[in-house]
Design a protein around this ligand. Structure first.
Ligand SMILES: [Zn+2]
Length: 389
C-alpha cells in the first residue's frame, strides 16, 4: 500500500484495506494531498474513498489486455522503488507520469519513456518491473495479458537484447509459479526509428524465443514515435515475422500523415492494429485503408486515455472507438501505458461505458469478444472462453 494510503487508514481508523482505492491510478494520488487536507478538517467523510458498486463491477469483470507496453505500464509504487535504487538520476514522479487533466504532445510522451528507460537498465530492474506489472494487471481483474517491449541493450550494465527478453520471460514464469491468476504472453517490439537492420535482428530474436519459450513469445509489435521512420523500410522484417508464424500487431495511423504507410502495411495484413486513429473515413482515412481493415476483419486495440492525454484525439466522446464499435468491428479496449497515463483497464472500460452509453451486458460482451483477438493458440482461446462462460 502506498504510504499516503497508510496515512489515511491511520487517520480514519479504517481497517478495511479494500475500502481504499489502492489499485487506482496515480491521478488519484496526485489529488491525495487535497483530500488529506479535507479529511483532517472533517470537511468530507471517509465514505468518499469507498469503491462504488460500479467500480467493483469493472474490477471484477474478467478482462483481456492486448496492448500494454512494459515500460509504460510501470506503476507509481514501482517507480518509487526504481527511484530509490537510482537516487543519483534525480528523477521525480512528475517526470514519469501524466496526471488527470494533463495533456502532452506525442513528442513529450516519448520523452517520458526516455526517463523511464533510464530507471530500467539492468536485469534486476526488468525482472522487478515485469513482475510488478503482471501482478498489478492480475489485481485489476485481467485474466489474459499480452505485454510488449522493445529489447534494449545497455553496455554500462551488461544488459543485452537477448537477456532482456529472457528476463521478461523469467518474470512471466515466476508469476505463473507463484500462482498469480493471469495468463501472460509476450510480443517482441520493433522500434520503428531503428530501421531495417535492427528490425530484422529483432524478428530473428523473436523467432528464436517463439521456439524456446514454451509458447510465451507469440508475436511482434511495431511501435515507437510515429513521426520517425517509414513502414516500407520495415516491411521485409514484418513479412519475415509473418512467414515464420509470429503474429503481428502494428501501431498504424496514430497520426494523420501515415495514411500511405498504413495502406502499404495493411497488405501484409497484420493480425491486429494498435490505435488506428486515422483509418476511419470520418477521421480522414481513405476508402482503401478502411476496406482493407474491414475485409480482413482486423481487430483494433483502442486506448482511450492514452489518445486523449497524448492529444491525438480531442476528447473521450470524439474517440474513434465510437465508429468502429457501432460498425460491429472487433474493438478491444486497452490501456497502452497504464503507468504513464495513470489508468488501469477497469477504468478504461468504465470510461468507454460512461462515454458511449454501454450497458453492463454490452461491456461484458465487449470484454468477452477480446478473447477472439488474442495471439495465444486456439486451445488457450477456448479455455479462456469456457472460463468466462
Ligand atoms: Zn502503444
Amino acid at each position: 500500500m502506498h504510504r499516503r494510503c497508510c496515512f489515511f487508514v491511520a487517520l480514519c481508523g479504517a481497517t478495511q484495506k479494500s475500502a481504499l482505492k489502492t489499485e487506482a491510478g496515480c491521478d488519484r494520488r496526485f489529488e491525495n494531498s487535497l483530500l488529506r487536507d479535507l479529511l483532517t478538517q472533517n470537511l468530507i467523510c471517509f465514505d468518499f474513498m469507498m469503491d462504488t458498486e460500479a467500480d467493483v463491477f469493472y474490477r471484477e469483470l474478467p478482462k483481456v489486455e492486448l496492448h500494454a507496453h512494459l515500460n509504460g505500464s510501470v506503476s507509481f509504487e514501482t517507480i518509487e522503488k526504481l527511484i530509490g535504487r537510482k537516487p543519483h538520476l534525480n528523477i521525480e514522479h512528475g517526470m514519469t507520469a501524466i496526471g488527470k487533466g494533463q495533456r502532452r504532445t506525442l513528442d513529450e510522451c516519448f520523452q517520458v519513456f526516455k526517463v523511464i528507460h533510464q530507471l530500467v537498465d539492468t536485469e534486476e530492474d526488468i525482472l522487478m518491473v515485469a513482475t510488478d506489472v503482471i501482478k498489478e494487471f492480475a489485481a485489476d481483474g485481467v485474466k489474459y495479458l499480452e505485454l510488449r517491449s522493445t529489447p534494449r541493450e545497455e553496455k554500462s550494465t551488461g544488459l543485452t537484447k537477448k537477456r532482456y527478453i529472457e528476463t521478461v520471460i523469467k518474470a512471466i514464469q515466476q508469476c505463473k509459479n507463484e500462482g498469480v491468476d493471469i495468463d501472460v504472453r509476450f510480443l517482441v517490439a520493433i522500434d520503428r526509428r531503428n530501421g531495417t537492420e535492427v528490425a530484422v535482428e529483432t524478428v530473428k530474436l523473436a523467432k528464436e524465443f517463439m521456439r524456446s519459450s514454451d509458447g510465451l513469445v507469440v508475436g511482434i509489435d511495431l511501435s515507437g514515435d510515429p513521426t520517425v521512420g517509414h513502414g516500407k523500410d520495415l516491411l521485409p522484417a514484418l513479412q519475415m515475422a509473418k512467414n515464420c508464424g509470429l503474429k503481428l500487431s502494428l501501431h498504424l495511423s496514430e497520426i494523420q500523415s501515415q495514411l500511405e504507410e498504413s495502406d502499404l502495411l495493411l497488405d501484409l495484413p497484420p493480425d491486429r492494429i494498435g490505435h488506428g486513429t486515422f483509418l476511419h473515413p470520418e477521421m480522414g482515412g481513405s476508402p482503401s485503408v478502411f476496406d482493407k481493415v474491414v475485409k480482413n476483419n482486423i481487430p483494433l486495440e483502442l486506448c482511450l486515455t492514452s489518445n486523449v492525454k497524448g492529444q491525438t484525439v480531442p476528447s473521450y466522446s470524439k474517440h474513434h472507438f465510437k465508429y468502429w464499435y457501432q460498425l460491429g468491428h472487433p474493438s478491444v479496449i486497452c490501456t497502452d501505458d497504464k503507468g504513464v497515463f495513470c489508468t488501469d483497464l477497469s477504468q478504461e472500460y468504465q470510461l468507454a461505458a460512461s462515454t458511449f452509453g454501454l450497458s453492463r451486458e454490452a461491456v461484458w460482451e465487449l470484454s468477452q469478444q477480446a478473447i477472439d483477438c488474442i495471439f495465444a493458440p486456439d486451445a488457450v482461446k477456448a479455455a479462456a472462453q469456457t472460463e468466462v462462460d
